[in-house]
Design a protein around this ligand. Sequence first.
Ligand code: 5GP
Length: 183
Amino acid sequence: MAGPTAVGKGTVAAYVREHYPEVWLSVSATTRTPRPGEVDGLHYHFVDGVEFDRLERQGQLLESAVVHGSARYGTPRGPVEAALAQRRPALLEIDLQGARQVRAAMPDALFVFLAPPSWDDLVHRLAGRGTETAQERATRLDTARTELAAADEFDVVIINDDVVRATEELVSLMVDPHPAKES
Ligand code: 5GP
């Protein structure tokens, strides 16, 4: 699953974590600093640049990207492979660059784009979150513009008009996998 900044990917992921224990959620490595309430090992593996370099060099990341021009993010490969080997539905919440890398590495994956009901809605959500400076918000909205333009690359677009509804739609696709890819 990908989608622009502040569209609610984190909220959807949190809802999945709480209500759908059968779904395995990937925990990304990142060099950004934790936000209040974020738990190391649960929301992210918070690592420094040296450790991130090591993970990349040793081929331990399925994909990785610099997001919003600052922090680095990557999906640890081993846990994804272990979840898939157990035939668990696996959810990766990543950015567009990462999704493109996973598409190349795992073409059978289902690519879901979480979209806001409107551009204004996205701007309001980002401002309402209050976790970024004005400069950071401007950078994130720039990235969001590019990401929204890439929605067509995805197998499915889910509008996040309501977190419960959007999450149910997402999980139904994972439990009944790949309806969009069977033809
Ligand atoms: P945040 O800093 O707000 O938690 O996340 C910023 C962006 O990084 C979001 O768009 C999120 O989807 C993306 N992201 C989180 N983890 C990963 C990852 O492992 N790989 C990639 N490519 N992007 C990620």
